[in-house]
Design a protein around this ligand. Sequence first.
Ligand SMILES: Nc1ncnc2c1ncn2[C@@H]1O[C@H](COP(=O)(O)OP(=O)(O)OP(=O)(O)O)[C@@H](O)[C@H]1O
Length: 615
Amino acid sequence: DLTSDSEALLQFASAVPHVRKLNWNSTIPICISWVGITCNNEGTRVIAIHLPGLGLFGPIPPNTIGKLDALRILSLRSNFLNGTLPFDISSIPSLQFLYLQHNYFSGNIPPSLSPQISILDLSFNSFSGNIPQTLKNLTHLTSLNLQFNSFSGLLPDFNLTRLRLLNVSYNLLNGSIPSSLQKFPASSFAGNSFSCGLPSNQCSSLTSSPSPSPHYSPSMPIHPKKHNKKLSTGAILAIAIGGFLLLLLLAVFLFCFLKKKDGDSVGELTVKAVPPGKNEKSDDFGSGVQAAEKNKLVFFEGSTYNFDLEDLLRASAEVLGKGSYGTAYKAILDEGTTVVVKRVREVGVAEKEFDQHMEFVGRIGRHPNIVSLCAYYYSKDEKLLVYEYIITGSLSALLHGIESSIHPGTRGIGRTPLDWDTRVKISLGAAKGISHIHTEGGARFTHGNIKSSNILLTADFDGCVSDLGLAPLMNFLPTKPRCIGYYAPEVIETRKFTQKSDVYSFGVLLLELLTGKSPLPSSGHDEVVDLPRWVRSVVREEWTAEVFDEELMKYPHVEEEMVQMLQIGLACVARVPDMRPSMDEAVKMIADLRSSDSSEYRASSEDNRSNVQTP
Ligand SMILES: Nc1ncnc2c1ncn2[C@@H]1O[C@H](COP(=O)(O)OP(=O)(O)OP(=O)(O)O)[C@@H](O)[C@H]1O
């Protein structure tokens, strides 16, 4: 009866710690006032429990929720529950909807499940063992979601006529896909080791990532698109005159340049500002430019900029920072245009390959969430990359207050706090940018240096990925502590980047956004901060709200989204690369944060009779 239901719930609340308060107590009416509880129309039994994103942590003891034998809906999704799922919960005879996704449950699925179950969602947990054959008996089952667990062995032949949704992707399943399940899309089975079962063409696509465009490596020749249009006589004349003027300009430039080299030390291109704390040599990005005519600034198709190499070398420049691959300068040209010039060093490819690579990067880098590469210059002694200037600076600067490359690991005084909505927007933009790079670049093309100082922000706080195409050009793997904190474990071992290692770095970035902590060493200490390990240990062992950036705790009703984002971040930093989602999946998961019923908790607090079938 209702009394025993309320006693079981109070036992659950006292045994399972939770971050958000529950107003459950025996002095207020359970059916009207208890948060997350729904009773039947007569008010005699509890029929639904909705406690998503409440910060519940630890195992669920038996003889608590399992005693509610009139329960139809149980939603404990997006919490930090761990341990095995008590038998008495899964076998509640009336249970129809069980939502336990995004927790840390482990062990086997109990073999005896309620025969009434219609929706079973155990995705994003650590369940293991075989998927029980007894699932075949669940004739009411319409949706079964087991993705992102560690289930192994064969996939049983369910043959359940009502089953409309099945997802067993990203487990450790093998063998073949039973014929009764072959009606489901290939994505339902991705990320396993199925030998076959689907028609052979689909079968082979199950284990490998999609590669919409051909594999790419910097040494692969790239053929620019051929244009069939013929040039008019006027155009030919214009090109000829333009060419002549260009030659003239270069000659003037050469003259000035040589004059400058000859002791005219008051060159216009000087480093005007050197950041505090840096002992920057007063060099500039033009000193290695060769006078030879063939060396010129190459602009990309569609670039709207209207300056030449001479303008650039005349610009006033200020050091933005010294990165792993070289120094970045903010250059303000005469007509007021501002660009960023990166002077890169230790390029590991010859000029031809450099040109091909740049053509490729310029082409795939056209996306609102990627910082545009406008032009480049190559000579033996100088390699310059010209990017659009992104006004709001980097996520690292915004999150930690000052440039991480200058004072790594510290949070600046007087910085403006970054609210949750902005953090979600930035992470979605960055995810879209990386996903675009992976999709357009081909399965082997990677960014290779995803980190918060390479996520730049527009005036509208859209996240844009910078430094595209730099890492694959280099003949070394930066091993400075400020890079290593973002590297996937396999990158340290193999010294090779993959798309899954980009996903890992993106996961570290999400954890950085959530915790406000930097995976960089703090001033004076050079040791690498393993942010994923720290978050995992706090979450699994002694979880407290402390895991989240304290700045975020003041925003109301965001905990559930924060918990879900934490789950996404942790999925991205899975140690086994194949267990990480693709960037495309990460984009969908982040976008779903907003479309998912994040107001459920609020709704159930306000009207706990509504939405009884919502997970
Ligand atoms: N296009 C840009 N617009 C505005 N700021 C930029 C731009 N590109 C780089 N920066 C800023 O310039 C600084 C130096 O960048 P750079 O990429 O050279 O070094 P880094 O990001 O610290 O390290 P790494 O070389 O490993 O990426 C960083 O603070 C970065 O945010």
